[in-house]
Design a protein. Structure first.
Length: 177
């Protein structure tokens, strides 16, 4: 199970409990939180609960995006709400290190994670929800192979304001039921 992109200089590895403090810090940074629908602050306890109730039960697969040359963690990518009966899961990503943003790491990560989902997990459909104002993320998802499927007006209430959501998905080109 080798998921690397030499050109982008990244690889994926499974998240471990030792990544907790880094993930909590990344997720709580304003640069990351502003692009998430769920904006409550993370704590070590809430992340450990996520590992115990979601990752260890198989509902979530979470990986760390690392720099090939330094092994430095740059961010995290995951699939959640894995539905094996229907062959689908929800995709999520955040690039925690500011130095890794804006240089194609997110797009390369999405391509690698889609490959993982289709090859290793044998899933048929990976979907995501993006805030409509997050144009950079939407462009990145499109470059990785996600297609816009819908636009949900006033779908979520964040900080007292209703926000629109762009619904996107990628289908396994080789998937069979």
């Amino acid at each position: 199970m080798e998921y690397r992109d030499e050109a982008a200089g990244i690889y994926l590895r499974l998240m471990t409990e030792e990544d907790t403090d880094r993930i909590v810090a990344w997720r709580n940074s304003d640069a990351v939180r502003k692009n998430f629908i769920y904006r409550r602050l993370f704590t070590r306890e809430s992340h450990e609960n996520w590992i115990r109730t979601k990752v260890k039960t198989g509902e979530v697969v979470q990986m760390i995006v690392c720099d090939i040359s330094t092994d430095t963690p740059l961010g995290s990518v995951y699939i959640r709400d894995i539905d094996r009966q229907n062959g689908k899961a929800e995709y999520g990503i955040f690039i925690g290190e500011a130095s890794a943003r804006g240089r194609g790491v997110g797009t390369a990560t999405a391509k690698l994670m889609l490959r993982y989902c289709f090859e290793e997990e044998n899933l048929h459909r990976i979907y995501l929800r993006a805030l409509s104002g997050n144009a950079a993320a939407i462009r990145s998802y499109e470059k990785a192979g996600f297609i816009r499927e819908g636009y949900l007006q006033d779908d979520v209430c964040i900080d007292g304001e209703y926000c629109d959501i762009v619904w996107m998905a990628a289908l396994n080109p080789h998937g069979k039921a």
